[in-house]
Write a protein that binds this ligand. Structure first.
Ligand code: ACO
Length: 379
């Protein structure tokens, strides 16, 4: 049979029709359901955005209020899951814990038969509410602290910070995290969304599918880049050291974390928005030397690689914002997962309407058919 041409990484190959988000990578535009991300970051909230992604329209005031109430009621974790989080090794990476915990949550919840709208909605509420509780509860346990009960009256961002720290967050901290969640909520057919869709295409349940998304997000070429950005900035240490560090990376063809994107050839619009958030946070809480290192690194990398379309992506400034909020570095990617759960679930719901099992082909490059060699005749 004639073999089709291979497209490495399926770059640019449409995998689905989708009405959820839209990117113009050359112009640096990202829209959710037609709304520009810059506008949503300023005007919207994570709850409103999650509703928009799923339902296609912004909620009315009444819809938003009852949605917020429903989310608040789904935050308590089932006790087998709490025990599991307690028993996890203290040095386990939080993304590995989150992936296991989402599977465990699915095991504790009612089954979600494929195509059952009411059951799917229940899983949507449960995952949006429980994923932040899982991340915060695990963080408490690994620090040797007791978990904090959720507050159903707080926003997703505010409650997450409460469950993480034990203190009610300041208005600015809550708002900044809320904006960051809006910015990370969806991004067309990225690797983790595709992974979640592939699992869901088999008619597996949403929990199994979100596990697939969490696994894909954990890698350093995707969501895992944000913690590595901060590690790079910290290892550079000062503005004066940036040039030599970057020249070394260029000479060794090293990938500089937080730069480059499969779709954008200009600065990622989410990176612009996160940079503004960082500046706002510094106005409130005082600046941080790592930000100056980041600005210098951006300048050096863009001078050298900007012509190749290498500019800061969403992960470049997110770590600076999260560390200023006092969030541990290895919890940056789980926060990304909290936000992206909204996008993943919207994609699964979209796919449910017209599902087709993903089953791509391959270009076979192995040996031609040959006879079996009995073990005694092998060299
Ligand atoms: N630093 C230095 N050079 C880079 C970078 C980078 N961050 N990104 C791409 N390049 C160079 C490559 O070395 C390659 O150069 P060559 O043509 O001379 O061999 C060229 O640009 C193309 O790179 P690819 O990796 O083939 O491009 P691709 O579209 O597959 O990669 C990716 C996109 C994976 C995001 C890449 O830019 C990268 O690895 N970036 C660093 C990791 C990162 O920040 N990931 C987060 C992305 S955003 C997100 O997922 C949420």
């Amino acid at each position: 049979m004639a073999q089709k041409e291979l497209v490495p990484g399926l770059a640019g190959v449409p995998a689905a029709e989708s009405a959820i988000s839209y990117i113009d990578g050359a112009a640096g535009i990202l829209q959710y359901r037609g709304y520009r991300i810059e506008e949503l970051a300023v005007e919207s909230t994570f709850e409103e955005t999650a509703w928009l992604l799923m339902e296609g329209e912004l909620p009315t005031a009444a819809q938003l209020e009852s949605f917020r109430k429903e989310l608040g009621q789904h935050r308590e974790l089932p006790s087998p899951l709490v025990s599991m989080l307690h028993d996890m090794p203290k040095d386990a990476h939080p993304m590995a814990v989150l992936q296991a915990a989402v599977a465990a949550l699915g095991a504790c919840e009612p089954r979600v038969p494929f195509g059952d709208e009411a059951a799917f909605r229940g899983a949507w509420l449960r995952l949006l509410s429980a994923v932040p509780s899982i991340v915060a509860t695990h963080e408490r346990f690994r620090r040797g602290q007791d978990p904090i009960s959720p507050d159903p009256t707080l926003s997703t961002a505010g409650n997450f910070l409460l469950q993480l720290t034990g203190d009610r967050p300041s208005k600015i901290a809550e708002r900044i995290l809320d904006c960051a969640l809006v910015l990370h909520a969806d991004h067309t057919m990225n690797a983790s969304t595709f992974a979640a869709r592939v699992v869901y295409g088999t008619q597996a349940d949403p929990y199994a599918s979100i596990c697939g998304g969490v696994g894909a997000l954990s890698g350093p070429l995707h969501g895992g880049a944000n913690e590595r950005v901060l590690a790079s900035l910290q290892s550079i240490g000062s503005v004066e050291a940036v040039d030599a560090w970057a020249q070394d990376q260029f000479a060794n063809k090293g990938k500089i974390m937080g730069f480059g994107h499969r779709v954008y050839s200009v600065k990622d619009p989410r990176s612009h928005a996160l940079q503004s958030l960082a500046v706002k946070l510094f106005d409130e809480l005082g600046s941080t030397p790592i930000y100056d290192v980041a600005l210098k690194l951006e300048q050096v990398v863009v001078d050298r690689l900007g012509d190749k379309g290498i500019h800061p992506n969403v992960d470049f400034f997110s770590g600076i914002v999260y560390s200023k909020l006092g969030i541990p570095t290895d919890q940056f990617t789980p926060i990304f997962a909290i936000a992206r759960t909204a996008g993943w679930m919207a994609h699964l719901h979209e796919q449910m309407q017209d599902n087709k099992l993903y089953r791509p082909g391959q270009v076979y490059v192995g040996v031609a058919e040959r006879p079996y060699v009995p073990i005694g005749e092998r060299g």
